[in-house]
Design a protein around this ligand. Structure first.
Ligand SMILES: O=C(O)c1ccccc1NCC(=O)[C@H](O)[C@H](O)COP(=O)(O)O
Length: 277
């Protein structure tokens, strides 16, 4: 059984238990449930931001423990002060050490789009995402049929949540170009082998229709890589581990974003009229 299959098997049991403990009627009473959402799409496209979706991730199947005692309040505020466009918060406990409380804490302290990073297979989890304060959800093409992905995306839109659809191959992309999806994320990590390769983003980029915001996900550890990805039309960059592996992830993000901005300035200078590239 691959790790992805194992995660989904575990998730099915977890969701069934949550449905019995916290029925939808209860989730709908949450203060966040009736609140307005913030558009991930719009924030990623904002010129005054970096395009980075900074992730709060304490552990992962590929790396094991990354930063088990990280503080979500300090990290999320610091990420946004550093110039991130949005936050991604892992809510899966078993494999990523996350929790719904982490996301709600990030929500309380930040006005910005927050992506619920989890393995969504049921409508219940989408209602839960809204109830804990998320603005967007992730749908992974590798674990859903195209029909099911479309249904879940439509359901998310009915709750005013945006949808980031994640693909790792051309087949997954071409089978899931649903109008209900807002952003397409190319995961550079093969979720079976854990190998990350930015070439996956570059290969799939020309096949992503213009109407979708393009996000490159995973394995990004160098600011210069963002310039390379921008040249392929990527506007968003999901980065977790390279920030979270530092004792103060928000400081690592600030250094990364500062260096990225300097590279962007240099590129603009190099290509300005009358200068030599
Ligand atoms: O990160 C993993 O090991 C992993 C394993 C199995 C399924 C999903 C996994 N990661 C989820 C992600 O998509 C990443 O957390 C996200 O793209 C950020 O990646 P990174 O910057 O490499 O932490």
């Amino acid at each position: 059984m691959s790790i992805l299959q194992e995660i989904i098997t575990h998730k099915k049991a977890e969701v069934a238990e949550r449905i019995s403990l916290y029925p939808i009627k209860l989730l709908e009473q949450s203060l966040f449930f009736g609140g307005q959402t913030v558009s991930l799409k719009k924030y990623i496209l904002r010129q005054d931001k970096s395009g980075i979706i900074a992730e709060f991730k304490k552990k992962s199947p590929s790396k094991g423990m990354i930063n088990p005692y990280a503080d979500v309040e300090r990290t999320s505020i610091g990420y946004m002060q550093a110039g991130a466009s949005a936050l991604s918060v892992l809510t899966d406990k078993q494999y990523f050490g996350g929790s719904n409380e982490d996301l709600s804490t990030a929500r309380k302290f930040n006005y910005c789009p927050i992506l619920r990073k989890d393995f969504i297979i049921e409508e219940y989890q989408i209602v839960e995402a809204k109830a804990i304060g998320a603005d967007a959800i992730l749908l992974i093409a590798a674990v859903l049929s195209p029909q099911r992905l479309k249904e879940l995306a439509a359901f998310a839109k009915s709750l005013h949540l945006e949808v980031l659809m994640e693909v790792h191959s051309l087949d997954e992309l071409q089978q899931n170009l649903h109008p209900e999806v807002d952003l397409i994320g190319v995961n550079n990590r093969n979720l079976n082998t854990f190998v990350t390769d930015i070439a996956v983003s570059k290969e799939l980029a020309p096949h992503i229709p213009q109407e979708f915001v393009k996000v490159s996900e995973s394995g990004i550890s160098n600011p210069a890589t963002l310039l390379e990805l921008q040249a392929f039309g990527f506007e968003g960059f999901l980065i977790g581990e390279s920030f979270m592996q530092h004792s103060r992830p928000e400081q690592a993000a600030a250094r990364f974003i500062h260096e990225f901005q300097q590279l962007q300035q240099k590129k603009r200078g190099d290509t300005a009229p009358g200068t030599h590239a």
